[in-house]
Design a protein around this ligand. Structure first.
Ligand code: UD1
Length: 317
């Protein structure tokens, strides 16, 4: 690290599904943690009993970002509205929530002398390029405002790094799942919704023919990727890494597996029109993250699914 380590990290979006798990891991590793979150999609209950300082505010506001970044050494930027359909419905709010926050955090982080920013980017950047698996050097083909905002974020981060303002690393998450993913909205991640529906004994809603595929990664593995990206040395400016397991499953198969894991007969899903901007197939090459970050996903799908179902059962029960 360039500047002296203050021992304090910022988790932007620390009240969220992934961010709250990251806060716990940072504390366990001996760091002090500050959270900035507007709690638009995160929840204060995710941080109850967790020893973090919380700034309740919108980090796309430069003043909030400045207060959040004061005295921090590393910034983990997970503050976003992580939904493709939401970004089509509310493009201006999405631009502000996603890209606006990235710009504000870079500016405030660099001014505060932070040494590194780790950005939660997205595999949505690859769009529908038919080549599989997706590798980081493929040309971007964003097909939603959400994907565009993540791509723009990667570009401004790379430039800030090139200019020597702060080091940056972008992690392109594929489909993340696990405890605390909120099934409470139609924009929620598919596994959280499928777990809820399986436990409630109601049919899943499936968009399109259900043969689209995704590469699901458990939240603890995503946390590990963040820690590795914050600690790695010798990375290229604005380095970009896929974060996934490198395996894919179709949405229909997923519904079958969730039902079996929940102990219920798979019911016929309700088939609905395909969603605008929905990518057809998504599976990652994780060679670069393995090589440069020492990243190795630990949690197999069956284990992660069982833990997600256990959490969802207990949360609703
Ligand atoms: C997800 C992430 C996004 C991330 C991207 C990377 C969420 C909410 N979004 O987008 O932040 O950047 O992965 O690939 O986690 N589906 C159904 N029925 C439903 C809900 C979804 O059939 O009720 C289908 C969708 O049409 C899609 C798939 O399941 O084909 C996954 O959908 P979703 O979980 O919303 O994630 P992505 O759109 O892939």
């Amino acid at each position: 690290m360039t500047a002296a380590d203050t021992g304090l990290d910022l988790v932007a979006g620390g009240g969220g599904f992934i961010g709250s798990h990251l806060c716990e891991a940072l504390l366990a590793s001996g760091r002090r943690v500050r959270v900035v979150d507007n709690f638009a999609t995160g929840h204060a209950r995710h941080l109850s009993g967790v020893d973090v300082e919380v700034i309740r505010g919108d980090a796309s506001d430069p003043e909030v970002a400045e207060a959040a970044c004061a005295g921090v050494t590393r910034i983990f930027h997970l503050a976003a509205r992580p939904s493709v359909p939401w970004s089509f419905e509310f493009p201006e709010q999405a631009l502000q929530a996603n890209h606006g926050t990235t710009v504000a955090l870079i500016e405030a982080g660099a001014a505060a002398g932070a040494s590194r920013l780790v950005f939660s980017s997205s595999s949505a950047i690859y769009g529908d390029d038919p080549a599989l698996p997706k590798t980081e050097d493929m040309p971007p083909a964003p097909q939603s405002p959400y994907a565009e905002h993540k791509w723009m974020g990667e570009q401004v981060l790379r430039r800030a790094h090139d200019e020597g303002r702060l080091e940056t690393v972008s992690l392109r998450y594929f489909n993340v799942y696990g405890p605390r993913q909120d099934p409470g909205s139609p924009y929620s991640g598919v596994i959280s919704l499928f777990c809820r529906w399986a436990l409630d004994g109601v049919p899943a809603k499936v968009f399109g023919d259900g043969l689209q595929t995704r590469d699901f990664i458990y939240v603890a593995d995503v946390v590990a990727a963040n820690l590795a990206a914050a600690a790695a040395s010798g990375l290229a400016p604005g380095a970009v890494f896929n974060v996934a397991r490198g395996e894919r499953i179709s949405v229909l198969e997923l519904w079958q597996q969730v039902c079996l894991a929940a102990g219920c007969e798979p019911s016929e899903p309700t088939m609905l029109a395909a969603r605008i901007g929905d990518v057809r197939h998504s599976v990652a090459s994780i060679v670069a993250a393995e090589r440069d970050l020492g990243f190795a996903p630990q949690v197999v799908f069956g284990t992660g699914l069982a833990q997600t179902l256990a959490y969802e059962r207990q949360r609703a029960g």
